[in-house]
Design a protein around this ligand. Structure first.
Ligand SMILES: [Zn+2]
Length: 489
């Protein structure tokens, strides 16, 4: 068979002030045609999908594929432009038999809450109802009936941190099974009226593991095609938000039974998802300073760049500068103005800057510092395992006493990777603590014995969700409202 392949992916954080524009997609990742079909097998969802489906003897034709770093919503103009490019890209590669589309599931435009549903309606309208549409979604998606009704099968990621190539391979296997065995296509989506912060989002343990393990167990049933659990990311202010359970099976009743089984499993765990080990900024720095052996990872939960926050929140840095640190601290900050200033000054020069607090002004003030420029790196590309190659902007290393600040020109995925510091000449093993702008992706630092401290920092991805000014949140919703049964409407 000829399989068309496409991707539009961005995760929206409604509380982030940074809008995603067309250039954010083009500069981050954009390819079309043969560039897609030639992607290496370890290159994210698409790479995994293409390798697996080709291994089964199918031919691949690329339409368009693009991703942007998580941020606030897309401008409407950006969304319509991407959607048109997708539809044109698909028309250009006709004829094909089946289409695979990689989407995020929590992407929003200024006036369109369910962009993925909108895309799938348009693709279905263009290619008709005879051809199969298979979709891959991040499990942090806000899954909607519109998405389910306008595709044949949706497969969500199984792991957090996300194993992207594995997710692509799984979708290819499911798609191949559906082609061979069309009777496993009855779907039921059950929504559970709850949201939870990111503190317990890792699938390797805790309540999330219990829920995801049940999904894998249900998938062993031969009458079930695929099961997806959606712990929706908690910063998406859209109507009909909430967690989801999606099952494809041999009959409607079977799919309904399994989806309800998953909802019944997660509902009694809802309080567990709100428990947290996070501590105040000052307590976190005190504890990190006391640590004698391990590298301390300070998770800047309010400024998670992978969740859409700006990356220029300097709340933790400001507190560090007031503390008497026993060892060196590595801190990343996104600030293009300061990078320009550092490049203009040159290495070993002293500069006074107002750092951070610009994009995230509503959550944190800039900090004024006199620092020494210790290293400068030009823009380039960086390969992250199983995620593919990503473009990175210029970076500068600024030093003030034991604090080493890696300043990034752009909001790159590189921000949570040790390569950021290594490329600036630093040895991670000599650091006492490192700030990561994520609540879940600590895996890149696994090679150093480390201790995680979750910091209760303010920002667009903060864990105290009830402090946000929600405009569209659907009620009843746990924990905002008192709900005894997830079936309650
Ligand atoms: Zn995700």
């Amino acid at each position: 068979m000829i399989i068309a392949v496409a991707e539009i992916s961005q995760e929206t954080c409604s509380f982030s002030s940074i809008k995603a524009e067309l250039k954010d997609f083009h500069e981050n990742f954009f390819c079309q045609g043969d560039e897609i079909s030639c992607l290496p097998s370890d290159s994210g969802v698409l790479g995994g999908f293409i390798a697996e489906i080709r291994g089964r003897g199918h031919e691949v034709k690329g339409a368009i594929a693009t991703q942007a770093t998580s941020s606030g919503c897309l401008t409407d103009e950006t969304f319509y432009s991407l959607k048109n490019s997708l539809l044109e890209g698909i028309a250009k590669i006709e004829p094909f038999d089946v289409i695979f589309i990689s989407l995020h599931g929590a992407m929003m435009a200024e006036t369109i809450f369910d962009t993925e549903g909108d895309i799938l309606v348009a693709v279905r309208g263009q290619i008709g109802t005879d051809r199969l549409i298979a979709v891959s979604l991040d499990h942090h998606a806000n899954i909607t009936p519109l998405m389910v009704d306008n595709s044949d099968v949706i497969v969500a990621f199984e792991d957090q941190p996300h194993e992207l190539t594995a997710a692509g391979r799984k979708t290819a296997r499911v798609m191949a099974d559906l082609i061979d065995c069309g009777n496993l296509s009855k779907s039921v989506l059950v929504k559970v009226p709850m949201l939870a912060p990111q503190d317990n989002f890792l699938t390797g343990g805790g309540p999330m593991k219990q829920w995801f393990d049940l999904a894998r167990e249900i998938e062993n049933d031969e009458d079930v095609l695929v099961v997806s659990t959606f712990p929706t990311q908690p910063w998406l202010d859209v109507p009909n938000n909430g967690w989801g359970c999606l099952v494809y099976a041999s009959s409607q009743s079977k799919a309904q039974f399994c989806a309800e089984q998953l909802a019944d499993k997660v509902w009694p765990l809802r309080q567990e998802f709100w428990k947290s080990q996070r501590v105040s900024i000052s307590e976190a720095i005190y504890d990190a300073n006391e640590e004698k052996e391990k590298l301390v990872i300070l998770s800047d939960s309010g400024d998670a760049v992978y969740g859409g926050a700006s990356g220029d929140n300097v709340s933790i840095l400001s507190e560090m500068l007031k503390s008497d640190l026993n060892g060196s601290a590595l801190v990343p900050v996104v600030d293009s103005e300061v990078v320009v200033k550092a490049f203009d000054a040159g290495i070993d020069q002293q500069i006074t800057v107002k750092l951070g607090g610009k994009m995230c002004a509503e959550f944190c003030e800039s900090v004024e510092l006199t620092v020494v420029v210790k290293a400068l790196q030009p823009a380039g590309e960086f390969k992250i395992k199983n995620r593919g190659v990503t473009s990175i902007g210029r970076t500068a290393l600024l030093e003030i006493g034991p604090v080493k600040i890696a300043v990034l020109e752009t909001r790159d995925a590189f921000i949570n990777h040790p390569g950021l510091y290594e490329s600036l000449g630093l040895d991670i093993s000599r650091a006492k603590m490192v700030v990561l702008k994520t609540g879940s992706n600590f895996q890149f630092f696994n090679k150093w014995p480390s201790r995680l401290i979750r910091v209760d920092s303010p920002g667009a991805t903060q864990s105290e969700l009830r402090d946000f000014n929600w405009k569209n949140l659907t009620h009843p919703m746990y924990p905002w409202d008192k709900i005894s049964d997830w079936r309650q409407k």
